[in-house]
Each structure stands twice: as C-alpha cells, then as structure tokens.
Design a protein around this ligand. Structure first.
Ligand code: MG
Ligand code: MG
Length: 259
C-alpha cells in the first residue's frame, strides 16, 4: 500500500534526506586516489551518529555497513572494501539514515582523481536522467512517465538502463510501495498522488543493461563489466509540481572547491 504523507511527515523526511546529502558531502572531501571505501564508510557513520541519526543501511537485511560503495562496473549495493581507490575510477556512494523514525536515501557517483571523457559523459547523462525523471513526479502523472523520461534520455546516448533494481516509496520504511522503475511507457502505471514520497534513482550502464550479482551476495555488477553510474533524490509529489527533499548541493560545493 502507498502511504500519502502529511506535511509534518514530509518535513521529517526532508530532515533525514538533507542529512544524507550532508553526509555525502563529508564523504566527498575524502574521495581521492589511495583512500579505501571502508575509510569513507567510517567518515559517513561518524557524521551520521554525530548528527543524532542512525545509519539506515547498516543491518538492513543484514547489510554490514553504512554506505553502499560501488566502484566502476559495480552498479549498486557494493560492500565497502579495503581496496584503495585508483585515479580514474568512479564510485557510487549510496547512503541512508533514520532520524525521527523516517528514512532519507540519497546516492551520488563521484569521480576519483581525473576521469576520462567517456566516464564524465556517463556521469553527466545519469544525473540528467535523474533530473528528467524527477520533473515527472507531479500529481496526475503516472509512474511510467518517470521511467520513460529516464529511459529515453539514457538510451538516446547509447546507454543501458538497469531493469531489475528500481526506485521506491520512502518513509518509515526504506522501501515502500510504489516501485519506481527507470524504464516504462508514458501514461502507464500507478497514478501519482500528492503526498507520495519517492526515491528516484536511475542506474545507467555504459554498455548493456544486464547485471549479475557478485558471489558476496550483495554487490550488483554489470554483466559486460563496463562502468555504471547511479544518482538518487527523494521527492514529494505535489499538486502541480514536484519538490525535491534531498539536495546534492552540499556535495557539489565540495567537489567544485576540489576543482
Ligand atoms: Mg539509495
Ligand atoms: Mg533507494
């Protein structure tokens, strides 16, 4: 069942979502060649606990860490490892928190050092896919409008759209109804109503859309071993617009400063 949120609940989700954005901005300061994802994980957990919240992923279905860190051909759900990041890598960092009983759930894909133009294009396009999907989250539109917007933009650039993993409703549970696929048809699927809070999160592959699961039981990788990017926002459906509750602003301020 889909829970429509009250304004009070929306404010609490906003607080959680913004805390995740700020946590990822702390992580952004540390993303450099030579740093390990496990070190990033410690930065994030400390920051979250220092701000009166609890990591949302740690212990969720047995996941061991605060962050999902997915490097290069890893799509999502990577377990932070002890392997140092290398110049030219990309790393998707997905983070959740619980504060005041409500989840925030935000992701951003970072360049490590200097990345090549093909990777930069993948990151830019995936971010554009997120923005285009978000714009469709208006009351009266359909879930398929979001997916179609994401899919059309990604496929126009020759990229693959992951099908098996999707966005979701968000609230007192990390994953609520409805599912929010990154593919679909305009005018199809559940009708969006004001007060729905959604996590929209395109996962876009440089190569084909197909994925497989690593033997660790968590990490999702591309079947063709080509890189994949992932960005996520939390939004609330309004009567005639969409309101983005999360923010990548804090992250991008750090990245711009790094140059
Ligand atoms: Mg997430
Ligand atoms: Mg999510």
């Amino acid at each position: 069942m889909v829970y429509l949120k009250t304004e009070e609940e929306i404010e609490l989700i906003r607080e959680s979502s913004l805390l995740v954005g700020k946590t990822l901005a702390e992580v952004a300061k540390w993303v450099e060649p030579g740093v390990t994802p496990l070190e990033l994980d410690r930065v994030a957990e400390t920051y979250i606990r220092d701000h009166g919240a609890v990591p949302g992923f740690k212990g969720y279905n047995g996941f061991p860490n605060t962050l999902c860190t997915s490097v290069n051909d890893q799509v999502v759900h990577g377990i932070p490892s002890n392997s140092p990041l290398q110049n030219g890598d990309i790393i998707s960092v997905d983070c959740g928190v619980i504060k005041n009983e409500f989840y925030g759930d935000v992701a951003y894909t970072f360049p490590v050092g200097l990345i090549n133009d093909k990777l930069r294009h993948l990151l830019e396009t995936t971010k554009e896919c997120l923005e285009l999907g978000v714009k469709e989250a208006i009351a009266g539109n359909r879930i398929g409008d979001i997916g179609q917007a994401v899919q059309a933009h990604a496929e126009a650039k020759g990229y693959g759209v992951v099908r098996e993993l999707v966005g979701h409703g968000l609230g007192k549970s990390l994953h609520e109804a409805p599912e929010v696929p990154n593919y679909g048809k305009k005018g199809k699927g559940l009708k969006l109503k004001k007060g729905m809070v959604l996590a929209i999160e395109p996962m876009i592959n440089m190569g084909k859309r197909h994925i497989k699961q690593d033997k660790d039981g968590w990490t999702i990788v591309t079947a063709d071993s080509k890189p994949s990017a992932h960005y996520e926002h939390n939004v609330v459906v309004r009567e005639s617009n969409v309101e983005v509750l999360s923010s990548h602003k804090y992250i991008e301020e750090v990245l711009n400063k790094k140059g």
